[in-house]
Write a protein that binds this ligand. Structure first.
Ligand SMILES: *Cc1c(COP(=O)(O)O)cnc(C)c1O
Length: 230
């Protein structure tokens, strides 16, 4: 039995049920499979089960997997969802399809300048620190609006949306308040930026709530691949 296949089915069932229970179309919510710490063989299993979008946190680990899988997975789509330092932007601009963790103009400018001209513009989400935790990366809502204006002018990038990692809390009311705040920011920003169509929020433990709050892309690791290898 292929557990990854079964787990993927369960996650799709959860997304569908969550969407239906808030009157959204299940196709309005996409699944990003977060494969950090997992071997290329696990990504291949998920790909063979029909999964196409994968998220990675660590650039070097991702580059190794991307190289190992190019032949077997021609239609795979890679998202960087972890922090990005300036000295890694070139490799990322050359190999990824999306970067969801942009929170500085300097990084965005480098990615735009380094995106090869034979590739489509690199898809970008701005990372927002919705819980306003001091030790966490991400922009405040007003910083996100300012950065979005500047990114919209960069030719190598396409501004697609917002990403957030909410506070790790068991308090679902608190979590809901934060997710809805991100949703409101997203709705406000899409009026100015028509290329924005992606609200990336929700993980293994909170995807139902995120879907109810308007997520269009849930990022799921543990519920597909099992607990992390360290
Ligand atoms: C690891 C990670 C996820 C997946 O979390 P799970 O709880 O394993 O589903 C999603 N988003 C980001 C940014 C992550 O780092």
């Amino acid at each position: 039995m292929n557990t990854i296949l079964q787990q993927l089915h369960l996650v799709h069932d959860r997304i569908t049920a969550a969407a239906i229970s808030c009157d959204r179309h299940p196709d309005a919510v996409q699944l990003l499979a977060v494969s950090k710490t997992k071997p290329a063989a696990d990504v291949l299993s998920a790909y063979q089960a029909g999964q196409r979008q994968f998220g990675e946190n660590y650039v070097q680990e991702a580059l190794d997997k991307i190289a190992a899988l190019t032949t077997d997975c021609p239609n795979i789509c890679w998202h960087l969802i972890g922090p990005l330092q300036s000295n890694k932007t070139r490799q990322v601009a050359e190999t990824f399809d999306w970067v969801q963790s942009v929170d500085r103009l300097k990084i965005a400018e480098r990615l735009s300048a380094q995106r090869p001209s034979n590739l489509e513009p690199l898809n970008i989400c701005l990372q927002v620190n919705i819980s306003q935790e001091a030790n966490k990366s991400g922009l405040s809502p007003s910083e996100a609006e300012t950065l979005a204006q500047k990114i919209a002018a960069l030719p190598g990038l396409c501004l697609r949306g917002l990403m957030a990692i909410p506070e790790a809390t068991d308090n679902s009311e608190r979590l809901k308040t934060q997710l809805l705040e991100l949703r409101q920011l997203f709705d406000r920003m899409t009026e100015k930026h028509p290329t924005m169509d992606t609200l990336s929020m929700g993980m293994s433990n909170d995807l139902e709530l995120a879907v109810a709050c308007g997520s269009t892309l849930v990022r799921v690791g543990t519920a597909i691949f099992g607990s992390r290898n360290v």
